[in-house]
Write a protein that binds this ligand. Structure first.
Ligand SMILES: C[S@@+](CC[C@H](N)C(=O)[O-])C[C@H]1O[C@@H](n2cnc3c(N)ncnc32)[C@H](O)[C@@H]1O
Length: 216
C-alpha cells in the first residue's frame, strides 16, 4: 500500500512538472523573494543536500548561500526544469529516490521544502534515519512545510489515513500522501527519534512551519 502510493505520488509529480511552478507558486517573483528571506533566516552553509528539490525554486537560493548544493529529486522532469533554472557552478543534480539513494557523501545541511508532508507515516522513522546517516558531524536538517490548519484544501480519501486525491490540469487524478504538520506532534516524534528540534511559524502570507533539527 505504502509503495503503491509512493509510486502514484511520484507519477503525479512527474506529470505535474510542467505546471508545477504556476500551480504551486503563482507569482514567481514574489515567491523568490519569500524563499530568499526564509533561506537567509536559516543561513545554510557548507555542503548542502536538498531532498525533493522539484523545479529548483529553493535550489537557487540555497546555491547563493552554501558552498555546494546537491539537489536530488526522483522525477527527471522536475530536475530538467531545475537544471534550466539553476545554472550555478556549485550545484549538482541527482535523479534519485531518497529512500534508496546510495552515496558515501556527508552533508552539513539537509534541506527539504514541501516534502516531509509527503512522507508516509509508516516511513517517517526510516526517513529520519536516512537523514541521520547522510549528515556530517554537527550537521542539521532544515525544512519548511504546511501546517495542519490548512488541511481542508485537500480532498482526503475516506478510510485511507493521510492519503489525498489530487487532479492535474488535464483532469487526471492521483493518490498522494499528505500529512500536514502538527508542530507539537512533530516535535514529540522527532524527540522520540533522538533529534533536537526547533519549529517556528513563518510570519509571511504563506502559512509555513520552518524546522531546524539536529541529531542528539
Ligand atoms: C511538493 S514537491 C516539492 C518540490 C520543491 N521542494 C518545492 O518546494 O518547490 C515534492 C517533490 O518530491 C519529489 N519526490 C517524490 N517522491 C520522491 C522520492 N521518493 N524521492 C525524492 N523525491 C521525490 C517530487 O518529484 C516533487 O518534485
Amino acid at each position: 500500500m505504502t509503495d503503491d502510493v509512493l509510486a502514484s505520488q511520484l507519477d503525479y509529480y512527474r506529470r505535474r512538472a510542467a505546471e508545477y511552478d504556476a500551480t504551486a507558486y503563482g507569482d514567481l517573483e514574489a515567491a523568490r523573494a519569500r524563499i530568499e528571506r526564509i533561506v537567509g533566516d536559516f543561513a545554510p552553509s557548507g555542503a548542502v543536500l536538498e531532498v525533493a528539490c522539484g523545479t529548483g525554486m529553493w535550489t537557487q537560493a540555497l546555491a547563493g548561500a552554501a558552498e555546494t548544493v546537491t539537489a536530488l529529486d526522483a522525477a527527471p522532469e522536475t530536475i530538467a526544469i531545475a537544471r534550466e533554472r539553476v545554472r550555478a557552478d556549485n550545484v549538482t543534480f541527482e535523479v534519485a529516490d531518497v529512500f534508496s539513494w546510495a552515496t558515501t557523501a556527508r552533508f552539513d545541511v539537509i534541506f527539504f521544502s514541501a516534502w516531509l508532508s509527503h512522507v508516509p507515516a509508516e516511513r517517517f522513522g526510516e526517513f529520519w534515519r536516512i537523514l541521520r546517516g547522510l549528515l556530517a558531524e554537527g550537521g542539521r536538517a532544515l525544512f519548511v512545510d504546511e501546517p495542519a490548519e490548512i488541511r481542508d484544501k485537500e480532498t482526503y480519501v475516506p478510510g485511507a489515513d493521510g492519503i489525498v486525491e489530487r487532479r492535474l490540469n488535464d483532469g487526471s487524478t492521483y493518490r498522494i500522501v499528505k500529512n500536514f504538520i502538527d508542530p507539537e506532534r512533530l516535535e514529540q516524534q522527532l524527540r522520540d527519534l533522538g533529534w533536537t528540534v526547533r519549529l517556528r511559524r513563518d510570519p509571511a502570507e504563506w502559512v509555513w512551519i520552518c524546522g531546524d533539527a539536529m541529531p542528539r
